[in-house]
Structures are given as C-alpha cells and as structure tokens.
Design a protein around this ligand. Structure first.
Ligand code: SAM
Length: 248
C-alpha cells in the first residue's frame, strides 16, 4: 500500500466528489460500455448481500436496492463520497453500512459473508492490487461473484491526434502514473489485462466473463464526447474492461 499516493488521491477525490456525483453508475459500467441491463452479469439480486468497492456517491448501491438486494455495504476513500452515499441511501429501506476507507485495507468488513462484491470504475485506483483482490476474495462467500469495470488498459496508452491513433507509452509498462486527464494531482495505476486476470486467479477466483465491447446510443456519443473519451477513438480502442469472476 502506498500511503503517499493514497493521501494525494484522497485529497483529489474530496475536491472532485461533487463533479462525479452519480456519474455512470450501474446499470452503466462506464463510458461507452454495455449496460448491466444487457449483460446481466449479476442475475437475480433479490435478498442478496452486496458490497461496493469505491462506492462513490452511492448510486450503484441505489440500483442494487431497486433490484431488491437485502443488504447494501460500501467503502470509499473519500469522506465526501461516503457522506453523499449516506444521504442518498438514507430512506432506501434496506440495511446500509458504509465505510470511509482505502480498499487496500479491511475497515471491519465481515469475511465469507457477501453474495456479490462489485466495483464500478474504482479498482484501478488501488495502490496494491494484490492486497485488494485478496481482501475481496475474503469478503465473498464461496461461490460469490465479483464484477469490476475499469478503464481499458489500452485506452490511456493510445492518443487520438486529429484522428490518428498513436501509442504514447508501451502497453507492457505497468505501475503508478500521474493521470493527465484528471483535474487535481492524482496517481492512478496501470495494470495489463493479464495482470488483472492472473491476480484474480492467484487469489482463488475463476474468471467467467471478460468484456471489452463498446456500446453507445446516439445520445451517449454526445454525452461522452470529451477530451479523454471519444466515439472516434472507441471505434478502435475499447474504453472499458469488465471482468466477472467467482470465488472458488
Ligand atoms: C469513479 S468513482 C466510483 C463511482 C461509483 N463506483 C459508482 O458506481 O457510482 C471512483 C471512486 O473510487 C474512490 N477511490 C479512489 N481510490 C480509492 C481507494 N484506494 N480505496 C477506496 N476508494 C477509492 C474515489 O473516492 C471515488 O469515489
């Protein structure tokens, strides 16, 4: 765990929290990614215990509540995000437990307890993928499902310069980097797809599905058109990686 990066990122997320309020939550998996409505990776959630890693403003937990999950649990590095999630879920009628904590640590979450753990566009912030996936494996019951989405690892490696796509860095190079598309100083982590998959496997997960498809409605083409994501680029490079795995 890298405490300095976590401090920097916490500071950055406290400043960015409002900008990200309710941005791309479930059923969305991320910009220009297929929807849970079509993928159905979770199946029937009724009466299940779910845990959201990097829950942000709580909108994905709200979606889980609308699908009749029994217990809603979440953790997030940012106090502002946790407060936003707490307000959003206050009258949702389900049991809600929220923790302000880095995902690299267990803030007191029960082990062998959850039917579903998921993380929407948060896992790539971890300063310790190994420890984070080890924690997640422990939280799950045997046979429990872990689904995460994150920016596709090729996306930041390729720049779109007036329609020409060029590699700005090697895909093979992993580790921390300053995210140029991010307003406040923040450190993100680059992992190859094989690293995500092999780390999941080494912690006792069986991989069930890997999704790199791009899906976009006409309206989404405009909505996601910014400096970082563009439909033009997405025609050649996936924006989002989604992996579904199960605890053996
Ligand atoms: C894009 S937002 C997530 C949105 C949320 N998952 C949703 O579905 O609406 C990313 C979140 O990751 C959190 N985060 C960043 N680094 C983290 C870490 N090391 N541990 C836990 N949360 C972290 C941020 O505070 C932020 O709320």
């Amino acid at each position: 765990m890298n405490t300095k990066s976590l401090e920097k990122n916490k500071h950055s997320w406290e400043a960015a929290a409002e900008r990200f309020y309710g941005r791309n939550p479930l059923p969305e998996y991320g910009p220009m990614a297929p929807l849970e409505d079509d993928l159905n990776l979770f199946g029937d959630i009724t009466n299940l215990k779910v845990l959201d890693i990097g829950c942000g403003s709580g909108h994905s937990l709200q979606y889980m509540n609308q699908r009749n999950a029994a217990e809603l649990w979440g953790l997030d590095l940012s106090e502002k995000q946790i407060n936003a999630a707490r307000s959003l879920l206050v009258n949702c009628g389900s049991s809600v437990q929220l923790f302000q904590s880095p995902m690299e640590l267990n803030p007191g979450l029960p082990e062998n307890y959850f039917d579903i753990v998921y993380s929407i566009y948060a896992l790539g912030w971890t300063t310790d993928l190994d420890k984070t996936l080890s924690n997640i494996n422990k939280y799950l019951k045997q046979g429990g499902v872990f689904v995460f989405s994150w920016e596709h690892p090729l996306h930041s490696r390729v720049s779109n310069e007036g329609g020409a796509l060029t590699f700005n860095k090697s895909y093979h190079e992993e580790g921390p980097y300053d995210h140029e598309g991010w307003g406040n100083p923040a450190i993100m982590q680059q992992f190859r797809i094989s690293t995500y998959m092999n780390t999941l496997i080494s912690h006792g997960f069986q991989i069930e599905k890997v999704i790199e498809d791009v899906w976009c409605s006409e309206e989404d083409i405009q909505r996601h058109e910014n400096r970082w994501y563009s439909f033009e680029k997405a025609k050649s490079i996936p924006t989002t990686l989604i992996i579904k795995s199960r605890k053996l």
